[in-house]
Design a protein around this ligand. Structure first.
Ligand SMILES: CC(C)(COP(=O)(O)OP(=O)(O)OC[C@H]1O[C@@H](n2cnc3c(N)ncnc32)[C@H](O)[C@@H]1OP(=O)(O)O)[C@@H](O)C(=O)NCCC(=O)NCCS
Length: 145
């Protein structure tokens, strides 16, 4: 794989992101949800591209000075190469005034929890039955700036 370029994710990228959603999540976001977030100034959206193909992306909301990491996904063939970390680091670096950051993660999602802990997120609340398909507890994590 050639070098990864991180750039803004735009409305034109919605179909590519929807494809990755289907590859990575049991409860993928719809094309409409992706289009809404990609079109809104209240969202921070980034795509990681190699050879003109999107390999990963991140979507966060930025509202009233607080941030929420809503979606991060790396195509299965490109995991464990630092791409998820690069996207999350860019999110923090590009939004210096935002605090706190928060997110929800499935309890069983070990890779994602490790990534978030590596960046400095700490678990704060267990949310019983927060997820469907399959039903599972969520862990809310926060990062104070
Ligand atoms: C979670 C996800 C985004 C991580 O992306 P990635 O590019 O594979 O992660 P990175 O290579 O950047 O790894 C960064 C850090 O995360 C942790 N990590 C990532 N994958 C891991 C794994 N399988 N096991 C343990 N730790 C892992 C490590 O701390 C790693 O740092 P290190 O390599 O220095 O040890 C990716 O696994 C993914 O897309 N999963 C499916 C979608 C998903 O679950 N998204 C999150 C929803 S909350």
């Amino acid at each position: 794989m050639s070098d990864i370029i991180i750039r803004e994710a735009r409305v034109e990228d919605a179909a590519a992101l929807a494809q990755i959603e289907r590859e990575c999540f049991s409860d993928p976001w719809s094309l409409d949800s992706l289009l809404t977030s990609l079109a809104s100034p209240l969202y921070y959206t980034r795509a990681a591209e190699a050879d003109g193909r999107i390999e990963a992306y991140l979507i966060a909301s930025l509202v009233l000075g607080e941030g929420e990491l809503l979606r991060i996904a790396v195509r299965p063939g490109n995991r464990a190469r630092g791409i998820g970390r690069a996207l999350a680091d860019a999110m923090i670096r590009d939004n210096p005034g935002i605090t706190p950051w928060r997110l929800d993660v499935r309890e069983s999602n070990y890779a994602a929890r490790k990534l978030y802990e590596a960046i400095g997120f700490k678990p704060v609340i267990r949310r019983r039955g927060f997820y469907e398909k399959p039903r599972e507890d969520g862990i809310m994590m926060m990062l104070e700036g």
